[in-house]
Design a protein around this ligand. Structure first.
Ligand code: GDP
Length: 329
């Protein structure tokens, strides 16, 4: 039986099996596991490593897994170690995981410099974000150079992924111009780069047109301080033909270098830490509120309030006292 200290050491050594075990620990809902997970994350944090965190989103069928396979293999061929994590916001998906299908990323999963981790399905978004963030931290500590965080584009999950990553890629498929509205403005505004996939064969011309449409749309968006000249940008790629991947990587490196040089990289990470701190506090309070004991108390207090036996502000304070907090003045 491996101790947690040994587990931390092995994670830092880049041992993939230890990493997988560590992620299982942070995913556990058991409260004793929770304390161990926090200690483990703190222990491996001493390695003080950073990976390039790339968020990738797109609707089902745009070619996310094909792209990650091609892009991941491209990166490992450059000598980089690549981890792939999934954020799955839906609880009802068949197979339980967006990466659950064994045929996905077959080549990459056999690459000794890659680590692929499907995320178990869960309905609770806050839980997904915490676990994924912690998994990212573990992958960084394990010395991965690039961590790809994949999510199916269904709305809310993009926000989570962009709040976890240094760079957010939106993958699109070639489509007629009128489908441009299909991408919500909020998601466009999050994207650092749009990659129009499937720019091959018969789809190539449409992909070029789609790319031009999105380039135009991106130019109309409000200028963000974290973007150098020419960003956010749209490009075409073909995951199956392996074209445009090197150009996309060059753009990614250009953007990241600029952000590092101009302080945006560090700023984004500290903003994210701040955001997640607040988020975890909120989630913790919501979880506390959902506790059966608190729920029962809430019910009886709310009856007392309804009958006029108790003033609402007093009842609220009584309830909050039960979860050991004060109403802010
Ligand atoms: P996901 O649901 O976003 O992960 O998409 P998949 O990677 O499973 O791909 C969906 C379909 O699109 C599959 O049939 C792929 O073979 C196909 N596909 C993916 N990338 C490309 C590409 O670059 N070109 C073409 N022509 N088809 C692709």
């Amino acid at each position: 039986m491996m101790t947690d200290a040994e587990l931390a050491t092995k994670v830092i050594q880049g041992d993939r099996r230890a990493l997988a075990r560590a992620i299982t620990l942070v995913e556990s809902a058991r409260s004793d596991h929770r304390a161990r997970a926090l200690a483990l994350i703190e222990a491996v944090g001493t390695a003080n490593r950073q990976a390039l965190r790339i968020g990738l989103s797109g609707t089902p069928g745009v070619g996310k897994s094909t792209f990650i396979e091609t892009f991941g293999c491209f990166l490992t061929a450059l000598g980089k170690r690549v981890a792939v994590l999934a954020v799955d916001p839906s609880s009802a998906r068949s197979g339980g995981s967006i990466l659950g299908d064994k045929t996905r990323m077959d080549r990459l999963s056999r690459d000794p410099n890659a680590f692929i981790r499907p995320s178990p399905s869960q309905s609770h978004l806050g839980g997904v974000s915490r676990r994924t963030r912690e998994a990212v931290a573990l992958c960084e500590a394990a010395g991965f150079d690039v961590v790809l965080i994949e999510t199916v584009g269904v709305g809310q999950s993009e926000t989570i992924v962009s709040e976890i990553s240094d760079l957010f890629l939106l993958l699109l498929a070639p489509a007629g111009g009128d489908e441009l509205q299909g991408v919500k403005r909020g998601i466009m505004e999050m994207a650092d780069m749009i990659l129009v996939n499937k720019a091959d064969g018969d789809l190539r011309a449409t992909a070029m047109r789609t790319c031009a449409d999105y380039s135009g749309a991106l130019r109309l968006l409000r200028k963000r301080p974290q973007d150098p000249q020419g960003f956010p940008c749209a490009m075409t790629v073909s995951a199956t033909e392996n074209t445009g991947i090197d150009a996309a990587w060059e753009k990614i490196c250009e953007l990241m270098q600029w952000r590092r040089d101009h302080g945006h990289y560090d700023r984004r990470r500290s903003d994210q830490s701040r955001f997640w701190f607040g988020e975890d506090v909120r989630q913790g309070l919501l979880a506390a509120l959902a506790h059966p004991k608190i729920q029962a108390q809430m019910e009886s207090l709310s009856q007392a309030v309804a009958q006029g036996d108790l003033r609402p502000e007093r009842a609220a304070q009584d309830l909050l006292d039960m979860i050991h907090i004060e109403i802010p003045q």
